[in-house]
Write a protein of this length. Structure first.
Length: 127
């Protein structure tokens, strides 16, 4: 069975590979994605993206900007949850890059699917 820590690693691998369906398959049908948590240009209402259809729209929006890779610096697992300190790097179509360091919380349900993914961005480091 997938643990939150394994799901976190798989999520980053599938995002880096551009594997949309593989990434969506990691989520429970009613999962909540908040990336980042709170109001942002990605989520003006600050309520997150609930359910696979909304999460798929989030994927499409992010991928329209560029490709993303992630590096986990530290990982802390507890029960069905995992908190990772990581850096996401987005490569834009013109070759320039933007990076953000964040803490992402992954929660797994009893079926080994992500029930939630919540990313807390350090927006002071956006570059």
């Amino acid at each position: 069975m997938n643990t939150a820590q394994k799901l976190a690693q798989q999520s980053l691998q599938r995002v880096a590979a551009g594997d949309k369906q593989g990434w969506l398959d990691l989520f429970a049908d009613d999962a909540l994605l908040q990336d980042p948590v709170g109001k942002s240009f990605l989520d003006p209402a600050g309520q997150g993206h609930r359910g696979k259809a909304a999460i798929e729209k989030f994927w499409d929006m992010i991928r329209s900007v560029g490709s993303t890779t992630g590096t986990i610096h530290e990982s802390f697992a507890a029960g069905d949850s995992c908190a990772n300190v990581l850096t996401l790097v987005t490569t834009l179509p013109d070759g320039s890059q933007s990076s953000v360091r964040n803490v992402t919380i992954y929660n797994a349900d009893s079926n080994g699917k992500l029930s939630s993914l919540q990313a807390y961005w350090n927006t002071d480091q956006l570059k």
